[in-house]
Design a protein around this ligand. Structure first.
Ligand code: GLN
Length: 312
């Protein structure tokens, strides 16, 4: 099977797709992005890169940053993190507040906004936001081996001016002690990590440690194998909010989406994949990104539920 051929055909199909979803408009700076774009990049375990479409165009990684933030927070406090955030799918929208009162301010998982705000609180660790953000940026640059990765300040400013739901979530959790810093400091960290801009190529490279059981392809270990497996498990069960079950059903590999239209998907031992198209479905996940990954998994046979995981 020729993977480049499959990628070319997927890119062509996505270029012609009519149902492209709707670009996120609750963050004004994202609202103007052209929905006609689609990109995909696949890095194989042997280092081969296959990319197509707008694979070099930068986009706002948004909630995909929650994967890297979780990795850092687990490195700082280890399993103590699970006293402040759960690891169950929420069945609710990414920015929902409804479960928090009943569940005493402990968010369901680190990939919904409430959970990611707790993770940002841990990463802040008594420092100023710029220290935590600097650490996050250095970490992602090291993972992708690319010092050109940066924050889009206009996106960060836009979300700072309009992110009232996240301010409410942070303050609400502060009342329960699951968030420990002032809301503006925690959100300063969270919003800037979400505003990191990357291309599909850069994102697929940054995800390699999750394909390689925690190893950095250039040598050395990023995280222990058990931790890489658990992050992948959380991506599969919680990475697409209230559509996580549907993503597991249709695609069958761990994935994390963001409202910028990106998805990072991992085939353990085989591939790290980034797909991007800005239009979102009703659950806030990339419409064409999901479709492309579904098609890719079907044609390669890649699945965490397959005994052979395909032969690509
Ligand atoms: N920064 C966005 C928010 O907090 C991230 C949400 C997302 O990508 N699902 O609303």
């Amino acid at each position: 099977m020729d993977l480049s051929q499959i990628v070319e055909e997927i890119v062509a199909a996505m270029r012609d797709a009519d149902d492209r979803g709707t670009v996120a408009n609750y963050i004004p700076e994202l609202a103007g992005i052209d929905p006609a774009q689609f990109g995909i990049a696949i890095v194989m375990a042997d280092g081969r890169m296959i990319a197509g479409g707008d694979a070099d165009t930068g986009f706002s990684i948004q909630s995909i940053s929650k994967v890297f933030a979780l990795t850092l927070a687990l490195g700082k406090v280890g399993d103590q993190l699970w006293e402040r955030v759960g690891r169950e799918p929420s069945g609710n929208a990414f920015n929902s507040i409804v479960q928090l009162e009943q569940e005493k301010g402990v968010p369901r998982n680190p990939f919904i906004n409430a959970g990611a705000i707790v993770v940002a609180d841990v990463n802040l660790g008594g420092h100023q936001p710029r220290v935590a953000i600097g650490e996050m940026l250095r970490f992602i640059r090291y993972l992708a081996e690319d010092d050109g990765i940066a924050i889009n300040e206009a996106v960060a400013a836009s979300e700072t001016a309009t992110g009232f739901r996240n301010i409410a979530l942070a303050n609400y959790m502060r009342a329960f002690g699951t968030v420990r810093h002032a809301a503006d400091l925690v959100l300063g960290t969270y919003i800037h990590q979400c505003a990191i801009e990357m291309s599909c190529r850069q994102l697929a490279l940054a995800g390699r440690y999750l394909m390689l059981d925690g190893m950095h392809p250039a040598g050395g270990r990023v995280i222990p194998p058990a931790r890489a497996r658990r992050i992948n498990a959380l991506m599969l069960t919680c990475g697409h909010y209230d559509a996580s079950g549907d993503f597991a059903f249709r695609v069958g590999i761990p994935g994390k989406s963001g409202v910028g239209g990106g998805i990072l998907a991992i085939v353990p031992g085989r591939a790290s994949i980034a797909a991007w198209s800005p239009g979102l479905n009703a659950n806030g996940n990339s419409q064409l990104g999901t479709r492309a990954l579904e098609e890719l998994a079907r044609r390669t046979g890649w699945s965490v539920f397959s005994p052979t995981e395909g032969d690509a």
